[in-house]
Design a protein. Structure first.
Ligand code: PHE
Length: 338
């Protein structure tokens, strides 16, 4: 009887295969392969209808026994594997110390940047991106910085190839945003800027700035004051006082430098404020109408303000850090403190 032979060969290979298995997963695969609905044995049972009538009982009996045999072999094997698994867990000393992975943390400058952006975001400013490699147009021309201005000389700006440069201020973002979107605009941008300064405790060839800008109909200087005062109080504390000193920036008119009363000594004078009682933290002003014209915004219809601050300086003031180089040396003993 052909079927019988076929069954015997299935049985032989099944037993051989199952004995060699040494994983619970492999065992489950064999169970499906031989005993499953689409398994080899099920297929054989279906073909019993082609067997001569007199041979049918014999074939049926053989199949039943075979099913039992394979089933109990699988069960036995499973039990063995499970016992082995338990034993290996028992040999494992779970009281041994684990492999400690040190948690990373954000760099103090990135944290400062995010905290500041967050305060402005709550006042409705949207945070945007802007490129670090720029053209002279965005870094100077459109910001009303004329060709002969000293800041355009090679010893004040890093020039790269094809007339491109590493931006020396985030004010470039003002132009890019005003070109891209029409007012009302309320935007902040923070990122790296580059200046070929000699490196010392307060200068670095690369540092971080944040720029803010607001343009709409009827924006006046007191809007600028309100926004900056809110920021200073949120970031440095409710008691902080502000002082606007007249200043000159080519892209704002009028312009001011803004000091806050020293939040360490409350204005009495201390090491952090160099015994002046005041800390210079910001540059700002009303956007120069010439700049608005550059980006095709009608200055008779719209006005706006802009401000810029050094993130490094603000972070240094806030945490009493006296050397900017600490931010860029990647010494974990310093960075771990934040
Ligand atoms: N870009 C100026 C600087 O780097 C700061 C500034 C920004 C001043 C916006 C006015 C308005 O010093």
């Amino acid at each position: 009887m052909k079927l019988l032979e076929k069954l015997k060969s299935i049985e032989k290979s099944a037993i051989k295969e199952i004995l060699e298995i040494n994983s619970l997963e492999g065992l489950e695969n064999s169970r499906v392969k031989y005993l499953g609905r689409k398994g080899e044995l099920t297929a054989a049972i279906k073909s019993i209808k082609n067997v001569a009538k007199k041979d049918k009982p014999k074939a049926g009996q053989f199949i039943n026994e075979m099913k039992k045999k394979i089933g109990s072999l699988l069960d036995e094997k499973e039990q063995g594997l499970r016992e082995k698994e338990m034993a290996s867990l028992e040999n494992h000393d779970i009281t041994l110390p684990g492999i400690e992975r040190e948690m990373g943390r954000k760099h103090p400058l990135i944290r400062t940047m995010e905290e500041i952006i967050d305060i402005f975001a709550r006042m409705g400013f949207k945070s945007v991106d802007s490129p670090e490699v720029e053209t002279e147009f965005y870094n100077f021309e459109a910001l009303n910085i004329p060709k002969n201005h000293p800041s355009r000389e090679t010893f004040h700006t890093f020039y790269v190839e094809n007339g491109m440069l590493l931006r020396s201020q985030t004010s470039t973002a003002q132009i890019r945003m005003m070109e891209k979107e029409k007012p009302p605009l309320q935007i902040v941008h923070a990122g790296k800027v580059y200046r070929p300064d000699a490196v010392d405790a307060s200068h670095s060839f690369m540092f971080y700035q944040m720029e803010g800008l607001m343009v709409d109909k009827g924006i006046v200087f007191s809007d600028l004051k309100g926004v900056l005062e809110k920021f200073a109080k949120e970031y440095f504390g409710e008691d902080v006082q502000m002082k606007f000193r007249p200043h000159y920036f080519p892209f704002t008119e009028p312009s001011a430098e803004i000091d806050i009363s020293c939040f360490i000594c409350g204005g009495k004078g201390c090491r952090v404020c160099s015994y002046k009682g005041w800390l210079e933290v910001l540059g700002a002003g009303m956007i120069n109408p010439r700049v608005l014209e550059f980006v095709k915004i009608d200055p008779k219809e719209y006005t706006g303000f802009a401000f810029g601050m050094g993130i490094d300086r603000i972070c240094m003031l806030k945490h009493g850090i006296d050397d900017i180089r600490l931010f860029y040396e990647n010494d974990v003993r310093f960075l771990r403190q934040f």
